[in-house]
Design a binder for this molecule. Structure first.
Ligand code: MN
Length: 365
């Protein structure tokens, strides 16, 4: 890794990011990076607004505005973060299947499904299966080389392949899901791999010991029953519960520590941007009022790591693309925190401290 050391020496993290550079303006190749991001430009099964298939490119662009200095680990960028090029093949399949899904959904709401529509559904399910397997294989390739992998969606169906790959290399892990929705529907609208079914599909995997959901505020009766009957396998911290506790004077720290206590030693984070308040993600596919603030969400990720748990992988999904870059800006910052805390959790000392330099600066003010 002589080349990497040279790049680190030559790279000034305070400089402006060069046009055409990789995620966060970093100069590293995949081989020089500990964290690999797999972009998945996919929104075949979205139910409301489209746009999230363009999120990986929008986030990449917005990521160049993110300062690389991290208060808790100032040189976290040195671990190397690399985002793979967006697959043109997946983009093409997404486009073709999305138009079929729209025609299929238009028929579905009439209550009568013709033969043609049923054939479209079969084709869409096969394409979604292909996408999952594509992601699983890309993820396995990097996991086999000891790298950490994150998925950048696309809709929430995109990370299933990564979760499947992690199930092949880890014997047990928990999933922490930040989301306005449970995503526990079985084959929503006929789609086997719907964004609304991703956690239903994930909890079928044996190494997934349990699922902890935070910020949920839009669910159906079947999902509620699924959680009730799951025993301890699914713990849902509803938005309603979290806000009631806060209104009663309970601190977010206390709530977060309760949430984190449900997680095992190895944690996968699935971050649906619509778990945040819609003001942070106005163009997400299925926005719902309420939700976490940005600070609350980042603090949740931080406490996972400060508790000594390891982040083994993550995804960021459902970031919308609107007339301004705001959605992508927030997405890029959430992505940076996910990469940073994943890197920090990998270090030997699991309790990060505010960097000394920053601490001194603080006390001198
Ligand atoms: Mn979701």
């Amino acid at each position: 890794m002589i080349n990497k050391d040279k790049k680190i020496a030559a790279f000034n993290p305070d400089d402006v990011a060069l046009a055409g550079s990789n995620i966060f303006g970093l100069p590293f190749t995949a081989e020089e990076s500990e964290i690999i991001l797999i972009p998945v430009p996919w929104e075949v099964t979205v139910s409301y607004s489209v746009g999230t298939a363009q999120a990986p490119e929008a986030i990449l662009k917005a990521s160049h505005q993110v300062d690389l200095f991290h208060l808790f680990h100032e040189s976290v960028w040195k671990q190397g973060i690399y985002m793979e090029p967006v697959s043109e093949e997946l983009k093409d399949i997404n486009r073709a299947m999305r138009s079929k899904a729209e025609k299929y959904l238009a028929e579905l709401v009439t209550g009568k499904l013709g033969k043609k529509a049923r054939a479209w559904l079969e084709e869409i399910n096969a394409a979604c299966h292909y996408m999952n397997d594509w992601v699983r294989q890309r993820a396995m390739h990097h996991l086999n080389q000891g790298r950490l992998v994150g998925v950048v969606g696309g809709d929430h169906s995109t990370p299933l392949g990564l979760i499947q790959a992690l199930s092949q290399v880890h014997s047990a892990f928990s999933i922490l899901q930040v989301d306005a929705h449970c995503d526990l529907r079985q084959a929503y609208e006929g789609f086997m791999y719907s964004h609304a079914s991703v956690m239903f599909n994930a909890v079928q995997l044996r190494p997934v010991t349990n699922l902890v959901q935070v910020g949920v505020r839009d669910l159906c009766a079947a999902e509620y029953d699924f959680i009730e009957k799951s025993g301890n396998r699914v713990a849902c911290f509803h938005n309603e519960y979290l806000s009631t506790e806060k209104f009663s004077g309970r601190s977010w720290k206390s709530l977060v520590d309760t949430i984190v206590s449900h997680l095992g030693e190895a944690v996968y984070i699935s971050f649906d941007i619509d778990g945040l308040e819609p003001s942070y993600c106005p163009h997400t596919g299925t926005p719902v009022p309420g939700g976490l603030t940005y600070n609350e969400a980042v603090y949740l990720i931080r406490r996972v790591v400060e508790s000594g748990r390891k982040i083994i992988g993550f995804d960021l999904n459902e970031v919308g693309v609107g007339p301004t870059e705001w959605d992508a800006n927030v997405g890029a910052r959430v992505l940076f925190e996910l990469c940073a805390w994943t890197g920090i959790s990998r270090q030997k000392n699991p309790s990060p401290q505010v960097s000394k330099r920053k601490r001194n600066r603080k006390t001198s003010q």
